[in-house]
Every structure is written in C-alpha cells, then in structure tokens.
Design a protein around this ligand. Structure first.
Ligand code: PEP
Ligand code: MG
Length: 591
C-alpha cells in the first residue's frame, strides 16, 4: 500500500482501478529549416493551428448540456491559439531563426512564460497552464498524433491518473467511465479542478510522481476530501474507505436535497446565505446550491484577462446577464479592487514597496476617475434588469464615502439626463476590511445602506499578516480575540444604525465559525457556492439563542488557541453528525 499526498481539488471518494494516461507530450523535435522551405514550414504550423481550432470547436458542439457553460474555457483556448505572442511570434521565429515549427513554438512559449513569471496575481499566473495546454495540442498535431485521451478500450469505471489534464481532456472523458482524477500538476483553482467539481467527480491534484508509482489496473482510492491517493490499499484501509464513502455520499445527498430549504434556526432566526462569485459561468453553480443571491461579485476578472480596459458596454452586458439570471435574488456587485496583489496591464500602478497598503481598490478608483465612472455607469444601467446592490471595497474613512457618493450622484444625473433607466433606490454599501473603518463603524453606518465584512483583509490588516506570504500564514488567525471583538463592534454599530451587516470573507463559509457568526447576529453570510448547502443545514440545526450565549462566551477568552478549542468542543456537542462526515475536512480545519 502506498499513500501519496496532494491537494483536495474536488470533494468525494472514489475506489476503483487506475487508468494511467500517457501524457502524450511529443518530444520537441529541433530541426534547422533551409531558407527555401520556410514558407512550407510556416504553412505546416498554420494548418496545425487550424486543426486544433476545429478539434476544439467540435468538442464545444458535443459538450453535454449540464457542462455547456464551461465552453467558455475552450473558447478562450481557441483565442489563445491566435494570440500575437504565440502565433505571430512562432511564424516570425521560423523565418528569423530558420527553425522548425515545434522549436519556434517552444521558444515563443518560453518568452510568454517569462512574462507570466512576473505576474503576481495567482489567477492570471495559473492561466499559463491554459497556454501550455494549447501549445501541447498544437505539438501533438504537428507530430501527427491524435488527441491525447482515448478511453475507448476502457470498459469499466476508472480513476484517471495523469501528469496533467487539460480542460479539453477532462471534458472529453465520458462521465460514466471516470470516477476520479489524480494529477501531478494543477491546484484547487486550476480549470481542471473547477470542472471536476462541476462534474461532481472526486479529484486530487499536485500529487508528486503519481504517474511513476501507478500502474493501469492497480486498485486505488482517490480521496478528494483529504487530498491523497492510496495505491493498492490493504484490506482494512479499503473497508474503512468504503464506509467513509457511503457516509459521504449519504451526507452529500441530504445536503444537496435540502439546499433549497431556508436558512432558519430552530428558534426562528433567519440569516441569508449567499454565494461569492468571480466569473459569469458560476451563476448556475450559485443557483444549484441554493444560495439566496450573490453577496460578493468580485469584478476584477473582467479587467484582468485582457489587454485593454473593458468598455462600459461590455461591463454592462456582463452585469445585466448576472442580474437577470439571478433574479429575483439580488447580486451585490463590488467595484474594482485592483492594486495589492492584483493588477491590470492597462492601468499603471508604479512600483510600490507595500502594495497591500498602497494605491488599491477605492483609492485607485478615486484617482482613475474615467475607469471608475465607466464601471459605475455599467452597474447602474444593469440595475434596471434585476436587483443590484453596490459595494465599495477598502474604505478607510468617511471622506472616501462622501467622495464616492458624490461621484455616484453625478453619474446618476448623467444617466437621468440621457434618459437611461436605472434603479434609483439601488442600495449602496461598503466593505469593512480596514481596521480604521471597523473602529468608526458607527460613524460610517450613518452614510450607507449596508456593511459587508471582508475578513480576508480585515485579518491581514489587523494582525499585520501578509495574506499572500507563506512565511507568516501560521499567524493568520480568524479566531484571534481582536478579530472577534472587531466583528462584534461592526455588527453592533450596523444594527445600532438600523442597517444590515453581512460577511463575505472566507471566514463566512467555514462551518466551524458559523455558530459564532450566527450568535453575533450577522444578517448575511456569503461564501463559495459549494459551501452553501452544508452551512444552510448547519443553520437549520442551530439555536440562535444558544449561539449568542456561545459567542458571548468566546468573547471573554483571551487567545485564539483557547477560542478554537472551545469552538471545536461546541461544534462536536451540537453538530455531531456534521463533525463525523469527512466533509468537514474539506475546509482544511485540522482538529
Ligand atoms: C475580503 O477581504 O475578505 C474580501 C472578501 O475581499 P478580497 O478577498 O477580494 O480582498
Ligand atoms: Mg478584501
């Protein structure tokens, strides 16, 4: 028996035979090309690209209905094929250096890689994976190979083990035959992991050397909860996992079946459970998982994955689509939060020593008025098509709110003059994620319609822990007494002023914290869509009065360690069945 560890990329457990996928990567053949054969070599490259385009178009046409919305990933691959830095550069290199198409394409790719290496944003950096998939496909065609995945010889359900799987490969694999994915590369946020989650197939990524240790036909357990693969398990491990698997399947079934039930405690307290989203194709996930709307729509992604700035019209169309599809539920659209660890190539920020404390989010938007106005206009215009709430990030004090409100009023007047309709009662709120805002929450509450607590940043700024620095990540502690006190202050200030307060940082979706947040009286929790059903279920099993007493007790404790110990104890006492399911582990809470 061999246990190899990786990342839990899609929850669930699969037990079955391994199917080891040959990664099919052609060795890059390097050849010098005589000058008179350059035109033919270029033509060979162009034809290979066309073939891949045709393959991808065919794949899109054949996608099953339930995963149709992911066709945008393949569409983006089609666009990448013709990217100037890849396509034009390869054609140029063939001529300039007199080398074959494979070699030129590899060279172009390594230049693209060098550019990507300088990008700080993890999401964008991971898109390099997609470019590599595209390049691999072209290489396969140049080498005269067909598509990588051929499962026609497989006649029973298998766990696919591969070095890497492209989204196209993943989509191509038939659902009945594949019960799990295990790969050496990839992360939780790679497209393949996202796809595995929407297909409901357990997946483990980032398992070092798994292809070396695996053999087709070997029995294995892919554990997408803990992020590991067990090859050739012994009798007792197998038995244990069979039990865990049926418990998990039963749990998941119950959770999903009940996802549309209201999030109401046993003593009648209603809390709204909403979802966070970033990409348009997440809307159906949000709806399927029973979220009561979107509590945080991060809008950065419409700006990140492109060369220039998106136009007002493009933004409007996206916001409108989200608002319409979610209706009658509301969507809270957060204005652009770039700077810090996210940047957009068309906005120059200059080098900052402390970008997290620099020209970020609302500060940048108030400086780049043109960009901000276009976004505000697009959001307002979309508000005529569904319920939209507007949310401003990184507000640190009252003067920023006043400035933003002035600008918003100017934009509203402009639209009014032009006869363009919008929701004149659109609710406006601010993220509370800077300690200064938390400390004067009572003052700020008089200026807005709602608060949304951004714990990811609030914790970073109050504990002085850089959220992207691994060296200090062990000090990042949501249960720090100072964090709890601040949350309590914010909630009390909001309610004192008669406005609603929600939470949209990662803390809101962790089951362990839900009783505490319920007890503090938050009106809304917004989290990743997958986490919605289980947290709604937790709410239904809770008694708000008990949770309030529990929250009050936690506030008297003096260290994160003591608070965590008590929180785990409370969870174990009050939600024993949830504690038992391994689903709890999905959130990486180590007990
Ligand atoms: C937060 O800071 O908690 C938050 C939700 O915003 P982001 O993670 O996008 O900074
Ligand atoms: Mg934030």
């Amino acid at each position: 028996m061999e246990i190899l560890k990786g990342t839990a990329a899609s929850p669930g457990i699969s037990i079955g035979k391994i199917f080891l996928l040959d990664d099919g990567k052609s060795k890059t053949l390097r050849k010098k090309i005589p000058q008179d054969q350059i035109p033919q070599e270029r033509e060979r490259f162009r034809r290979a690209v066309e073939t891949v385009e045709e393959q991808l178009h065919r794949l899109i046409d054949e996608l099953p209905e339930e995963i149709k919305e992911h066709s945008s990933i393949l569409q983006s691959h089609i666009l990448m094929l013709r990217d100037r830095m890849l396509y034009d550069r390869t054609l140029a290199l063939i001529g300039e250096e007199g080398i074959n198409a494979e070699w030129a394409l590899r060279k172009a790719l390594s230049q693209v890689k060098a550019i990507f290496a300088r990008i700080k944003d993890a999401y964008i950096r991971e898109r390099l994976e997609d470019i590599e998939f595209v390049v691999n496909r072209v290489e396969q065609v140049l080498a005269g190979q067909g598509p990588t995945v051929d499962l026609s010889a497989v006649d029973e359900p298998v766990i696919i083990v591969a070095r890497d799987l492209s989204p196209a490969d993943t989509l191509q694999i038939s659902r009945e035959k594949v019960i799990g994915f295990v790969t050496e590369l990839g992360s939780r946020t790679s497209h393949t992991a996202i796809l595995a989650r929407s297909l409901g197939i357990p997946a483990v990524t980032g398992v070092e050397d798994v292809t070396i240790h695996s053999l087709s036909g070997d029995i294995a357990i892919a554990d997408g909860l803990k992020g590991r693969i067990i090859i050739d398990p012994d009798e007792s491990t197998l038995l244990e996992y069979q039990k865990t698997r049926s418990r998990y399947v039963q749990y998941r079934l119950e959770v999903v079946q009940s996802s549309n039930l209201p999030a109401e405690t046993l003593d009648g307290f209603r809390i709204k459970i909403k979802a966070n989203m970033e990409l348009l194709n997440e809307v159906s996930m949000v709806i399927q998982h029973g979220a009561e709307g979107v509590g945080l729509f991060r809008t950065e992604f419409l700006y990140l994955a492109r060369k220039g700035l998106p136009t007002e019209e493009q933004l409007f169309q996206s916001y409108k689509e989200v608002a319409e599809r979610l209706s009658p539920y509301p969507v809270t659209i957060r204005t652009l939060d770039i700077g810090g660890d996210k940047f957009v190539s068309s906005v120059s920020l200059g080098d900052e020593i402390n970008p997290a404390l620099g020209l970020r989010a609302i500060r940048l938007c108030l400086q780049e008025r043109g960009l901000f106005r276009a976004q505000l206009r697009a959001i307002l215009r979309a508000s005529a098509f569904g319920e939209i709430r507007l949310l401003f990030p990184m507000v640190s004090g009252k003067s920023e709110i006043l400035e933003v409100k002035n600008l918003l009023n100017e934009v509203k007047e402009e639209l009014y003059r032009d006869g363009i309709s919008f929701d004149s009662n659109m609710k406006t709120g601010i993220m509370i994620e800077v300690p200064s805002a938390a400390l004067i929450a009572d003052v700020l509450a008089r200026e807005v319609d709602f608060f949304s607590i951004g714990t990811n940043d609030l914790i970073q700024y109050s504990l002085a822990i850089d959220r992207v620095n691994d060296a200090v990540s062990h000090l990042y502690e949501p249960l720090h007494p100072s964090v709890l006190r601040m949350i309590k202050m914010i909630v009390d200030a909001a309610h004192g002023a008669g406005i609603e307060v929600g939470m949209c940082g990662e803390m809101a979706g962790e089951p362990l914290y839900v009783p505490l947040l319920l007890g503090m009286g938050l009106d809304e929790l917004s989290m990743n869509a997958m986490a919605v059903p289980k947290n709604k279920r937790l709410v239904r099993q809770s008694n708000q009065e008990d949770c309030a007493a529990f929250a009050a007790e936690l506030l008297t404790l003096d260290s994160a360690k003591a608070i965590k110990k008590r929180a785990v104890e409370f969870f174990r006492q009050n939600y024993p069945s949830d504690m038992e399911t391994s689903d709890f582990l999905e959130f990486g809470i180590k007990l």
